[in-house]
Design a protein around this ligand. Structure first.
Ligand code: AHR
Length: 491
C-alpha cells in the first residue's frame, strides 16, 4: 500500500461518525430511555446504555426516524409529560406514548456530546409544521413556539443545525410517498420556510433510499434540480447482508458502497454544472448498516404494542468487518461524504442490545469504535498493489484499506478479506516518516459467524494488535478475516 501526503482527498468530516435513533421497537423505550430500569438515571435514561454510547463517541445523531418521522406530530412530544397523547403510530404499527420527545432527545444529545439532527414530517405533515419545529428548537424566546420551549424548561435554544426534509420519500412504503417532482416541491417549500426561520440551518433532501430502487439516480437528479439550492445535502441509505452465504462477496461490499457514493456524487456535480452554480449538494449517508436477517413481516409489524421487539438483528464477525468496509469507503470519499449515520443505536439493528437490565455490546460496536477513536485528519488516496479475487464488482484486492493523516500522525485502517490466508502488508509512506506505532487494535475471531451473546459477551471484541514492525519497512501480517486500525506517530 503506497501513500503520499500530497495525494490528499479532503478533510474527513467528524460527522461521518454519526448515529440514528428512531421511535421504533425497543430503540427508545427499553433502549436509551427506561425509567423502570435499575439503571435509570435522574432523567429516566439508562445509564449503562449511555455509558456504552459514550464509548462509541458518536458526533451527530438523527431523530425521530426513519419511517416513523413521516407520520410524526412533533407537538405530541413536547410539554408536560402527563398530558402528552398516546397514539397509534402507523410506520411500525405500534403504540407511541410520546414520553420521549424533542426535549428529551436534546437532553440526551447534551449528555453525550452529540450534535442533534432532526427529520421533519413531509409525509403526512406540512411545510408549516416543519417551520414551526425549527422555531420551537432554534428561535430566541418571544414568539409562540420558542416560548413553548421555554415553558418546558429550555430558555436557551436547542440549536439544531441539520434538518432532514422527510425520509425515504421515494419508497412506496413511506407515509405520504410521492413522485420526485411532487416531493421536491413540498421539500423546497419546507426548506425555504425553515431557513427563513433560522438562516443558519442546513437541510438534507431525500435521495433514493437505495441503489435497487427503480427510480435510482433519476429521483436524485429531479429532486436536486427542482430544489434549486434549497438542499445542502442529499441523503443516501444502504442496508446490506449476506443471505446466500457468499462471504467473499459480502466482504467486498466496500466496492459497492464506493460505487453508490460515486454515482450520487456524479449526480450532484451534474446538477451543479447544468445550473452553472458555485454551490453543490454534498452527501449525507444518513442510514447505513447490516440488516437482512430480521426482515420478516413479524420483524416490522409491532402488532399494536408498545415497545415491541422489532428488527433486533444479531451481528457476527463478518458483519463487523462490513461495518468497517462502510467506514473505510466514507473516508475514501471525504471530499463529498460529509455526514453518515449508523442505523441505529440500541436494540433496533443496533450495536447495543438490552435484555431486562442486561446490556450486550454486539460485534459491530467494536468495529465502529476502532474508527471513531481515530477521527479527524485528511483522507489520503491509497495505491494498493496485491493479490486479487473475483467478485460481482470485478477483481478486487484482498486488502480493503483507508488512511488519514494529520501533522503528527497517520491512521491506517486495513481489512484482510481472505477467509483463510494471512495477508502480508507493506506500507510505503515518506521514507523514515513513520516513527512508531502509537496504538493498534484488531477486531478478529476464529470464525466469521462468531457473535457475542449475553452468555459469552466477549467473543468478538477489539484487542490490542502487536504485529507491526517499523524498523526498515513498515510491515505487518494481517490475520485472515481481520480488521485492524493503527495510529502511527510521524517523525
Ligand atoms: O432503520 C429502519 C428503517 O429503515 C428506517 O425507518 C427507514 O428509513 C429505513 O427503511
Amino acid at each position: 500500500m503506497t501513500l503520499d501526503r500530497r495525494f490528499a482527498v479532503g478533510a474527513v468530516s467528524p460527522f461521518i461518525y454519526g448515529g440514528f435513533l428512531e421511535h421504533m421497537g425497543r430503540s427508545i423505550y427499553q433502549g436509551v430511555y427506561d425509567p423502570e430500569s435499575a439503571h435509570a438515571d435522574e432523567d429516566g435514561f439508562r445509564a449503562d446504555v449511555i455509558g456504552a454510547l459514550r464509548e462509541l463517541a458518536m458526533t451527530i445523531v438523527r431523530y425521530p426516524g426513519g419511517n416513523f418521522a413521516s407520520g410524526y406530530r412533533w407537538r405530541d412530544g413536547i410539554g408536560d409529560r402527563e398530558s402528552r397523547p398516546t397514539v397509534r403510530e402507523l410506520a411500525w404499527q405500534s403504540i407511541e406514548t410520546n414520553e420521549f420527545g424533542t426535549d428529551e432527545f436534546i437532553r440526551l444529545c447534551r449528555k453525550l456530546d452529540w450534535t442533534p439532527m432532526l427529520t421533519v414530517n413531509l409525509g403526512t405533515g406540512s411545510p408549516e409544521e416543519a417551520r414551526d419545529w425549527v422555531e420551537y428548537c432554534n428561535a430566541p424566546t418571544g414568539t409562540l413556539f420558542a416560548d413553548m420551549r421555554a415553558a418546558g424548561g429550555s430558555e436557551a435554544a436547542h440549536a439544531v443545525p441539520v434538518w432532514c426534509l422527510g425520509n425515504e420519500m421515494d419508497g412506496p412504503w413511506q407515509l405520504g410517498h410521492a413522485p420526485a417532482g411532487e416531493y421536491a416541491l413540498r421539500a423546497r417549500q419546507a426548506a425555504r420556510m425553515m431557513k427563513a426561520c433560522d438562516r443558519s440551518i442546513e437541510t438534507v433532501a431525500c435521495g433514493s433510499s437505495g441503489p435497487r430502487m427503480p427510480t435510482w439516480l433519476e429521483w436524485d437528479r429531479t429532486v436536486l434540480e427542482s430544489m434549486r439550492g434549497a438542499a445542502d445535502y442529499v441523503s443516501l441509505h444502504r442496508y446490506v447482508g449476506n443471505p446466500d452465504g457468499d462471504s467473499p462477496g459480502y466482504l467486498a461490499i466496500g466496492h459497492g458502497i464506493d460505487r453508490q457514493i460515486e454515482a450520487v456524487d456524479a449526480c450532484c456535480e451534474y446538477v451543479q454544472a447544468r445550473a452553472g452554480s458555485r454551490r453543490r449538494a454534498f452527501l449525507c449517508f444518513d442510514e447505513w448498516n447490516v440488516w437482512y436477517r430480521a426482515r420478516g413481516a413479524g420483524d416490522t409489524d409491532g402488532g399494536g404494542k408498545f415497545a415491541p421487539h422489532l428488527i433486533e438483528e444479531r451481528y457476527n464477525l463478518e458483519d463487523a468487518l462490513v461495518v468497517g468496509a462502510f467506514l473505510m469507503s466514507f473516508i475514501r470519499h471525504a471530499d463529498c461524504v460529509k455526514i453518515a449515520n449508523l442505523a441505529q443505536l440500541v436494540n433496533v439493528i443496533g450495536p447495543l442490545l438490552t435484555e431486562g437490565d442486561e446490556l450486550l455490546k454486539q460485534s459491530i460496536f467494536y468495529a465502529f469504535k476502532l474508527f471513531s477513536d481515530r477521527k479527524g485528519g485528511t483522507a489520503l488516496s491509497a495505491h494498493i498493489d496485491g493479490p486479487l479475487y473475483e467478485t460481482e464488482y470485478g477483481a478486487v484486492p484482498y486488502l480493503d484499506a483507508a488512511a488519514t493523516v494529520s501533522d503528527n500522525s497517520l491512521n491506517l485502517f486495513a481489512m484482510n478479506r481472505h477467509l483463510s490466508e494471512p495477508l502480508p502488508l507493506v506500507v510505503e509512506f515518506g521514507p523514515g516518516e513513520i516513527a512508531r506505532v502509537e496504538s493498534s487494535e484488531m477486531v478478529h475471531a476464529s470464525s466469521l459467524d462468531a457473535e457475542n451473546t449475553f452468555e459469552a459477551p466477549n467473543t468478538v471484541v477489539s484487542k490490542p494488535f502487536e504485529g507491526w514492525s517499523t524498523r526498515d519497512q513498515v510491515v505487518v501480517e494481517l490475520p485472515p478475516h481481520s480488521l485492524v486500525a493503527t495510529t502511527f506517530q510521524l517523525a
